[in-house]
Ligand binder design. Structure first.
Ligand code: NDP
Length: 450
């Protein structure tokens, strides 16, 4: 699409030229810039302060070698990343992803999105992201540990409770955070709880952090449904993926009265018309570290289909994509619309292609964008940081209540911002505008050091 604002068109042109081989990054930037047209038009100080050029360029990109020894004694080399994107409103904060698809484009898109998401939570956290192209699948526990230790041996130089606080993401759960935390402690001699979030409960971790992204997604979705006279009660729900976000999205959607009829992994999807029990998924994925196909051993009446894309053809009222970027394309959106889906809310980061988002919005489907809908994870990481600073632990109920309140607020702020710019109900625009304005103000206030 052509931008109306000459300033935005110039900025995007420049970014596209400089980052021509980074498609995911450009996709994320384009969506944000499209949303910001009305704001930029109204406030010339954004251009005068070069806010867009600055917010798009990461403050720092760190790329490093991670060498480790596999179980056969062979040396393996992976590439590690940490993008310290924007520290206008707080220390850099964002997860670490371990997946063979990780490259600079993916980490930059995630880091860029994280700036606005973190701003939306209302907590003082800047944006960052990191990870490696290391593939945890099929690796032994010892190999995972050696990789994590080597990764942290470099990362230690760049992180700290007041500078940059990583957490988990795809391929990084409590086990990996534990190995990294152990190595950090060994290298620094500090029990510095505030340096990583997603820690084990009892060792500085927060209750409800594990559940937070999935729960938060459902709290946000429930709020979006409520504003439109609907609820989860009696609805058929699809949750793609079967990792951390998907598992707890299933649990909360079920608690709120929905029935989760389909879930997936990167090989295929299962359909269980009686509702998928999240405890079985947890056992398959977290304990056995097996494929989702194994669900049929527990529930022989369920169905398994090879290939994950077909999950969107299963009839549903609510779709929660919780696996990975660009997993829901235009064709999948057509299938959802044909089956009369009411709401789509993104648990994963950028799971819907621009084509899919346009189609869903045009069809009047309620659409909750990732920046807003999945912010519960990082919000609860922020609550973990608060508890670490105070050297206190809150109860599960206290954290869950705070998470709930934050998600309701995010919905309200995104919804109000959408109205302010004359696009009521467009939460994509609303989330981008609300997240951006706070960071832009802080950047102006701090001058142009960055
Ligand atoms: P996990 O590693 O726990 O789970 C990822 C799930 O997605 C697995 O079921 C995996 O299947 C599936 N998956 C991964 N890659 C693909 C692919 N290319 N195609 C289809 N399925 C795939 O990750 P999380 O649940 O933590 O993260 C899921 C998404 O949520 C990501 O986009 C992440 O950035 C986002 N997110 C996570 C937060 C968190 O707190 N963890 C916070 C906010 C967002 P398989 O086992 O086959 O690989």
């Amino acid at each position: 699409m052509a931008f109306k604002s000459e300033y935005i068109a110039r900025v995007y042109d420049d970014v596209a030229k400089k980052n021509a081989n980074e498609p995911e990054f450009l996709q994320a930037v384009k969506e944000v810039l499209e949303s910001l047209e009305p704001v930029v038009e109204k406030d010339p100080s954004i251009e005068a302060n070069g806010i867009l050029e600055r917010i798009i360029e990461p403050e720092r990109v760190i790329m490093f070698r991670v060498s480790w020894v596999d179980d056969n004694g062979k040396v393996q080399v992976n590439r590690g990343y940490r993008v310290q994107y924007n520290s206008a409103i707080g220390p850099y904060k964002g997860g670490l992803r371990l997946h063979p698809s990780v490259n600079l484009s993916v980490i930059k898109f995630l880091g860029f999105e994280q700036i606005f998401k973190n701003s939306l939570t209302g907590l003082p956290m800047g944006g960052g992201k990191g990870g490696s192209d290391f593939d945890p699948k099929g690796k032994s526990d010892n190999e995972i540990m050696r990789f994590c230790q080597s990764f942290m041996t470099e990362l230690v130089k760049h992180i700290g409770a007041d500078t940059d606080v990583p957490a988990g993401d795809i391929g990084v759960g409590a086990r990996e955070i534990g190995y990294m935390f152990g190595q950090y402690k060994r290298l620094t001699g500090l029990y510095d709880g505030g340096v990583l979030t997603g820690k084990k409960v009892g060792a500085g971790g927060s209750l409800a952090r594990t559940e937070a992204t999935g729960y938060g997604l459902c709290y946000f979705t429930a709020e979006m449904l409520k504003a439109n006279g609907q609820s989860f009660e009696g609805k058929r729900v699809i949750v793609s993926g079967s990792g951390n976000v998907a598992t707890y999205a299933n649990q909360k959607a079920t608690q709120l009265g929905g029935k989760v009829v389909a879930m997936s992994d990167s090989n295929g999807y299962i359909v269980d018309e009686n509702g998928i029990d999240y405890k079985i998924i947890k056992e398959i994925k977290e304990v056995k570290r097996a494929r989702i196909k194994t669900y049929l051993d527990y529930v022989p009446g369920a169905k398994y289909v090879e290939g994950c894309k077909g999950i969107w053809t299963v009839p549903c009222d609510i779709a929660l994509p919780c696996a990975t970027q660009n997993e829901l394309d235009g064709e999948s959106a057509d299938a959802l619309i044909a089956n009369k889906v009411i709401a789509v809310a993104e648990g994963a980061n950028m799971p819907s292609t621009p084509d899919a988002v346009a189609k869903l919005q045009a069809a009047g489907v309620l659409f909750g964008p990732a920046k807003a809908a999945n912010a519960g994870g990082v919000a609860t990481s922020g609550l973990e940081m608060s508890q670490n600073s105070q050297r206190l632990s809150w109860t599960f109920e206290e954290v869950d209540q705070k998470l709930h309140d934050i998600m309701v607020n995010i919905y309200k702020n995104a919804s109000n911002a959408a109205e302010t710019v004359g696009q009521p109900g467009n939460l994509v625009v609303g989330a981008n505008v609300a997240g951006f304005l706070k960071v832009a103000e802080a950047m102006k206030w701090q001058g142009i050091a960055y």
